[in-house]
Design a protein around this ligand. Sequence first.
Ligand SMILES: Nc1ncnc2c1ncn2[C@@H]1O[C@H](COP(=O)(O)OP(=O)(O)OP(=O)(O)O)[C@@H](O)[C@H]1O
Ligand SMILES: [Mg+2]
Length: 256
Amino acid sequence: MSADIVISQVSKQFRGGALALQDVSLQVEDGDFVSLLGPSGCGKSTLLKMIAGLTLPSSGTIAVDGILPANARQLMSFIFQDPTLLPWRTVEENVGLGLELGGMAAAPRKAKVEEMLELVGLTAARTRYPRQLSGGMKMRVSIARALASRPSILLLDEPFAALDEMTRDRLNDELLRLYAERQQTMVFVTHSVAEAVFLSRRIVILAPHPGRVAHIVTNDLPWPRPAGIRLSAEFDAQAAYVSRLLRGVHAEAPSL
Ligand SMILES: Nc1ncnc2c1ncn2[C@@H]1O[C@H](COP(=O)(O)OP(=O)(O)OP(=O)(O)O)[C@@H](O)[C@H]1O
Ligand SMILES: [Mg+2]
């Protein structure tokens, strides 16, 4: 199950603050995997939160599966840049939260939580509380919780930034495996060109001050991504191309 996202001429002006986004239009098709890349402060998180229906645009419209984002929340899961865990719940209770709220019975929920804990490598930490976890572990709990409920749309805000490179590569592989299996629509924010190139079908490069779409790159690496593609010449070429575009956007940005 997946769903599409249509963003039309969206601007966001925070009260008393900067124009965070100006006139952003973007369509994310059913089952697409889109990465958002751009300098810090260009409005990536703001755009993701508006898609999720957590913040309203100042002007313009967003439709998720044809309806207002706030009415489409049950279609979406959000992995926030700062993991938001309930401090009084253990790791396994945090991972199972969405399933519990969705009314899933205890036995299948337990099995699902176990599968997800294994996926993110946290089986041994299942009974710990968030305060007993490292930043990367908290992030993995948040990832496991979002993946457990099989949303049609997954919104991910730099989910792997706090992780070591090996763990990050492994979770990138797992994310692509889940994507192939579930056909979810993915919107993925990252600062890593390599990650964007490895994962996505399209890469949207945003420019800052005000935040806007500067380039949309169709990633022509083969699907499914063959093992070892990260070490190939075509991967390097695609990454070099995206890096060049991103450097251009940084060069344009006035210094703060
Ligand atoms: N709640 C808010 N109130 C006022 N201004 C905000 C708010 N949230 C974000 N902004 C501003 O909007 C702009 C875009 O912020 P946003 O967090 O979307 O950037 P980002 O691209 O996600 O950056 P990063 O890569 O550092 O996470 C910034 O100038 C930021 O200061
Ligand atoms: Mg952000």
